[in-house]
Design a protein around this ligand. Structure first.
Ligand code: FES
Ligand code: FES
Length: 163
């Protein structure tokens, strides 16, 4: 099996590793970098548990090979909080009880982060569409939508204070 040296920046830190060409990005993140907050729920691009940001775009990391991320900037759930300060989305999931078992939560938060980067003030309908690639078998989704609305309000309130 051919090997390739790749350099990927994950949560601001550059990692250079040799990987097999068949290694999936999600396995690179979890097994090579030991960042296990990104989950695997299906391995078939269905559940969204493995969602991360690649150059700012939400990607299901079980869908791409690690070699294709060479030179790219990746953000995983481990990079979302600012030190001990939770991101408004994390606050929202806490405050609005947007999780039960939590298995889908890292992927939900990354998809929601992408959504809010494109649309700072999404409607409930737009949020449901934004997370439509992420499955949750516990919550029934309503609390997740409330959590994302909460985060959007919080982020927008902060922006207003800055302006
Ligand atoms: S593990 Fe990637 S979509 Fe389910
Ligand atoms: S909280 Fe359990 S799968 Fe979503």
């Amino acid at each position: 099996m051919s090997k390739h040296q790749i350099t990927i920046t994950v949560n601001g830190q550059a990692y250079t590793r040799e990987v097999e060409s068949r290694m999936l990005l999600v396995h690179f993140i979890r097994e090579t970098l030991d960042l296990t907050g990104t989950h695997i729920g299906c391995d078939t691009t269905s559940c969204g548990a493995c969602t991360i940001l690649v150059d700012g775009v939400a990607v299901k990391s079980c869908t791409v090979f690690a070699v294709t991320a060479d030179g790219k900037q990746i953000e995983t759930i481990e990079g979302v909080a600012n030190g001990a300060t939770l991101h408004p989305l994390q606050d929202g999931f806490w405050e609005k009880h947007g999780l039960q078992c939590g298995y889908c939560t890292p992927g939900m938060i990354m998809s929601a982060k992408y959504l809010l980067s494109k649309n700072a003030n999404p409607s409930e309908e737009e949020i449901r569409r934004g997370i439509s690639g992420n499955l949750c078998r516990c919550t029934g989704y309503n609390k997740i939508v409330e959590a994302i609305l909460y985060a959007a309000d919080k982020i927008n309130a902060k922006e207003e204070v800055k302006a």
